[in-house]
Design a protein around this ligand. Structure first.
Ligand SMILES: NC(=O)c1ccc[n+]([C@@H]2O[C@H](COP(=O)([O-])OP(=O)(O)OC[C@H]3O[C@@H](n4cnc5c(N)ncnc54)[C@H](OP(=O)(O)O)[C@@H]3O)[C@@H](O)[C@H]2O)c1
Length: 314
C-alpha cells in the first residue's frame, strides 16, 4: 500500500485528502518510481476546481500532480533502458486524474522520463520538469530565440517565467520581464534587465523580437510591442482564444504549445541544470499532507517560482 492524494468531487483545495491506496505495478515499458519531490502547477488547481471538466471528465476519485523526481524501484517487462535505483524525473500528462504524482509511487513509461540532474537533490528537482520543458521548448523550438534578440517574458516571476528569464539570458537575449511590482527585484535577480509592472498606468511599453506570454491576458497590448518579423506565443489556456483568432486576423500570429514529457527534452533540461545555466526557483516546500495549502497558494496571491511538495517519507 502507499499514500496518494485524492478527491471525490470538484471544489476548493479542501477537497484534497491523503489516502492509503494500493501500490501500482509497472506494466510493459513502464517503471515504478518512488516519488521524492513533486510540485503544484496552475493546471492541477484548475482540474481540481472543475475549471476544465470538459477535459477532466466525471470519474472520481481523482488523483493530482504532474511533476515528479524520484528513484526507480521496479521495472516492468521489456524495460532495458532504465535501471533499478536510477534517479529520474519527468511529468505525467494525465488530465483525467486517473494518476497523480502527489503519491509515494507512480508508474511511468520510460520514454516519458530521463535521468534527473546530478547536482540537485530529488525533492528540489521536482520543481522543474513541466515548467522547465515548457520554457525550453517555447524558446528553443516555437519562437526560436536568437542571440542578441529582445525577449519579453510576461509572467516572469511564475513557474514557467522564472525559468524562461534564465534560459533567455543563457541563449544570449536581452530579457525584459512583466510581473507585479513586488516581484520586480526577484525577476532582476533571475536575469531580467528591465521589469514592467503589469498594474502600472499606461500599459506595457518597449519593442521586442520575441514575446513569451505565460499569463493569457492583454495579449493584444503585448502583441503591439512586437517588431516586424517578431514572434509571440502563449503557454496559458486563457490565451487560447486570442491565439486561435490571431491566425485569422491581421498582425503576427500568436502560437501555442502543449509540452510533453519526452526523454530528450528532459535530458537537455537536466544538462542545463548540471552546467549551472538554470536553477529551479522554489518558493516554499510543503509536506504531502499540506498539498491543499499549496493548491490554495497557487490560486491566490503572487507567484515566486514553484510551490514544491516533498513526498518522500522516512
Ligand atoms: N502549455 C503547456 O505545456 C504548459 C506547461 C506549464 C504551464 N502552462 C501554463 O502556463 C501558465 C503559467 O504557468 P506558471 O506555472 O508559470 O504560473 P504561475 O507560476 O502562477 O505564474 C503566473 C505569472 O503571471 C503573472 N501575472 C499575474 N497577473 C498578471 C497580469 N495581470 N499581467 C501579467 N502577468 C500577470 C504573475 O506575476 P506575479 O506573481 O508577480 O503577480 C506570475 O509571474 C499557466 O496557465 C499554466 O497552466 C502550460
Amino acid at each position: 500500500m502507499m499514500r496518494a492524494v485524492e478527491y471525490d468531487r470538484y471544489g476548493d483545495a479542501g477537497q484534497l485528502s491523503v489516502r492509503t491506496v494500493p501500490k501500482p505495478q509497472p506494466k510493459r515499458g513502464e517503471v515504478l518510481v518512488r516519488v521524492h519531490g513533486s510540485s503544484v502547477n496552475p493546471v492541477d488547481a484548475k482540474i481540481r476546481s472543475g475549471g476544465i471538466r470538459m477535459m477532466s471528465g466525471r470519474k472520481f476519485p481523482k488523483r493530482t500532480g504532474m511533476d515528479f523526481a524520484g528513484e526507480v524501484e521496479a521495472v516492468g517487462p521489456g524495460v532495458a533502458d532504465v535501471a533499478l535505483g536510477q534517479r529520474v524525473w519527468g511529468f505525467l500528462s494525465d488530465v483525467s486524474g486517473r494518476t497523480g504524482a502527489a503519491a509515494d509511487y507512480i508508474t511511468v513509461r520510460t520514454s516519458a522520463l530521463s535521468e534527473a540532474p546530478t547536482t540537485l537533490d530529488l525533492v528540489t528537482a521536482g520543481a522543474l520538469p513541466s515548467v522547465g520543458v515548457t520554457a525550453l521548448r517555447a524558446l528553443r523550438d516555437v519562437v526560436r530565440l536568437q542571440p542578441g534578440e529582445d525577449l519579453l517574458v510576461v509572467g516572469g516571476s511564475g513557474g514557467v517565467g522564472s525559468i524562461a528569464i534564465q534560459l533567455g539570458q543563457v541563449m544570449g537575449a536581452k530579457v525584459t520581464a512583466v510581473a507585479s511590482a513586488a516581484n520586480a527585484a526577484f525577476c532582476r535577480e533571475l536575469g531580467a534587465t528591465r521589469v514592467i509592472d503589469y498594474a502600472a498606468r499606461g500599459g506595457p511599453s518597449g519593442e521586442f523580437d520575441v514575446i513569451l506570454d505565460t499569463y493569457g491576458g492583454s495579449l493584444g497590448a503585448y502583441r503591439r510591442l512586437l517588431r516586424r518579423r517578431g514572434r509571440m506565443m502563449t503557454t496559458s489556456i486563457d490565451g487560447m482564444t486570442f491565439a486561435l483568432l490571431s491566425a485569422l486576423s491581421p498582425g503576427p500570429r500568436v502560437r501555442q504549445m502543449m509540452a510533453r514529457s519526452r526523454r530528450a527534452d528532459l535530458a537537455a533540461l537536466a544538462e542545463s541544470v548540471d552546467q549551472g545555466k538554470i536553477r529551479p526557483v522554489v518558493e516554499r516546500i510543503y509536506p504531502l499532507e499540506s498539498l491543499g495549502e499549496a493548491h490554495h497558494a497557487v490560486e491566490t496571491g503572487h507567484a515566486r517560482g514553484k510551490k514544491l511538495i516533498a513526498v518522500v517519507s522516512d
